[in-house]
Design a binder for this molecule. Structure first.
Ligand code: OGA
Ligand code: MN
Length: 294
């Protein structure tokens, strides 16, 4: 990797992934100067953490541009009213939002896996974080694939997964697409099919590409009996989130965390957070590329 790595001290937080970039303040000059090193750290560690970043939405957007072009949240009510590329996560009642959205992301997933072009990176800035709880969990889906026996890897390569945003077997579930999305949002989220094992477009590393939480919109495996497909996805999901591959990020105010959706999964824990503990985050998600089959 290039020498620029030396310019930024990165501390590994978990055995196979997670890097904390220390002594770095996000600002326009620093971002311009260290762009390659930041991107290199992101690709090497899959998730990067930067503490104590008292930055404005403009600075977050300038930092986000390192990781790609912003892709506004598909659910319009999640967007910042004046800046579509900025999503505001909140566990409080927000005007015009379905209360289901207060716990957005509280099941293992990869952002926008239900889109034809899924996300590359997601950045979160902790604007208001609880004193306890509301942690974010991350799992290394590339390490989980790499540890599988060779014969098993060979079986999985070539399979394709059916995804659809908030599809659930029980249509009456309050979080299901028919109850949360507007008609336009439903029309904009048809079923999409992605490889079960994808090759990272920049590092070339293979990774499982699913949402380990089946309720996050997995419909099955193409050409496979539905219950068999879902059982396989469930088994792989459990493997990805085994403790060996999981890291818990405990938020402090003004943390910035950036994760690579192409090789990791994550989940919020706001479903377990009392609403007296206010949690508000700014988020930017960047547009990836069509997943490359392994
Ligand atoms: C997201 C998400 C996790 C969290 O914004 O995509 O999953 O802890 N957030 O809020
Ligand atoms: Mn998410």
């Amino acid at each position: 990797m290039p020498d620029v790595h030396r310019a930024l001290p990165v501390r590994r937080l978990a055995p196979t992934f997670m890097g904390e970039i220390e002594d770095f303040q996000i600002s326009e000059p620093s971002v311009a100067e260290h762009r390659d090193a930041i991107l290199g750290a992101f690709l090497d560690h899959k998730v990067i953490v930067l503490r104590d970043q008292r930055i404005t939405p403009d600075e977050l957007a300038a930092f986000g541009a390192i990781f790609g072009e912003p892709d506004p949240h598909h659910i319009v009510a999640m967007r910042h009213p004046d800046r579509a590329e900025l999503t505001i996560l909140s566990n409080q009642d927000e005007i015009g939002r379905n209360p289901q959205l207060k716990t957005l992301g509280s099941g293992w997933h990869s952002d926008y896996s239900y889109k034809a072009i899924p996300a590359a990176a997601t950045l979160l800035l902790g604007v208001e974080v609880p004193s306890h709880g509301g942690d974010t969990l991350f799992a290394d889906a590339a390490a989980a694939f790499s540890d599988l026996p060779e014969a098993r890897k060979a079986e999985l390569r070539g399979l394709r997964v059916r995804h659809q945003h908030r599809w659930m077997p029980d249509r009456s579930h309050p979080g299901a697409r028919w109850n949360v999305l507007t008609e336009a949002e439903q029309a904009a989220t048809p079923e999409v099919i992605h490889p079960l094992v994808r090759r990272h477009p920049e590092t070339g590393v293979e990774s499982l590409f699913i949402a380990p939480c089946l309720l996050a919109g997995l419909k099955g495996i193409e050409g496979m009996d539905e219950s068999r497909g879902l059982a396989l996805l469930e088994e792989l999901g459990e493997h990805i989130v085994s403790p060996k591959y999981v890291y818990r990020h405990v938020w402090k105010p003004f943390d910035v965390v950036v994760w690579d959706n192409r090789c990791t999964n994550h989940r919020a824990t706001t479903d377990q957070l009392p609403s007296s503990q206010v949690r508000r985050m700014y988020r930017i998600t960047t547009k990836g590329t069509s997943p490359i089959p392994a």
